[in-house]
Write a protein that binds this ligand. Structure first.
Ligand code: SF4
Length: 158
């Protein structure tokens, strides 16, 4: 997985100070894409060492968001696991139409799902096709259960 660049952002994940990792080689090629520079495979390989170095640079972070990585979502799970090892919340922005059935939700705190459809708008548009979920981690006896709580409307109030 290649990271083209990254930003510190405050609105992509509500109430979190987030390191947003912009992953290149996006397979979706949505018409009207705001980040078409991410269609090509460009940037640095995302390793645990690379991530650790960047996280240490910004001690005030509360969350890391993986923006893309849809060519291999099991790799996205692995990176989300590293993020949680650092005591941070993890988010995945994916352009898939739906969350893959076999995605291991235990690695995530937030997931945004849906391709960009120009006529419907992004997350801040009330007509958007995209959904932003908080992943609720619920103890169920000796097991854990993971429920998705749709909080997309938070983006419409800002
Ligand atoms: S998923 Fe995102 S980065 Fe990829 S083409 Fe669509 S809008 Fe662009």
């Amino acid at each position: 997985m290649l990271v083209a660049d990254y930003d510190i952002v405050f609105q992509e994940v509500p109430d979190e100070t987030t390191l947003a990792l912009n992953i290149s080689d996006c397979p979706h090629h949505c018409p009207g894409c705001h980040s078409s520079y991410l269609w090509q495979p460009v940037g640095d390989t995302l390793t645990h060492d690379w991530l650790e170095t960047v996280i240490r640079r910004y001690p005030y972070l509360t969350c890391v968001s993986i923006q893309g990585g849809d060519r291999d979502y099991h790799e996205v799970e692995r990176v989300a696991g590293w993020i949680k090892q650092h005591g941070l919340k993890s988010c995945w922005y994916t352009g898939f139409k739906k969350i893959p059935d076999d995605l291991r939700l235990q690695y995530f705190d937030f997931i945004k799902v849906g391709p960009y459809i120009e006529a419907l708008g992004g997350l801040r548009s009330k007509t958007t096709n995209q959904r932003f979920y908080r992943v609720e981690h619920i103890e169920a006896g000796y097991d854990m259960r993971f429920d998705l709580h749709d909080m997309t409307d938070v983006f419409w109030k800002k």
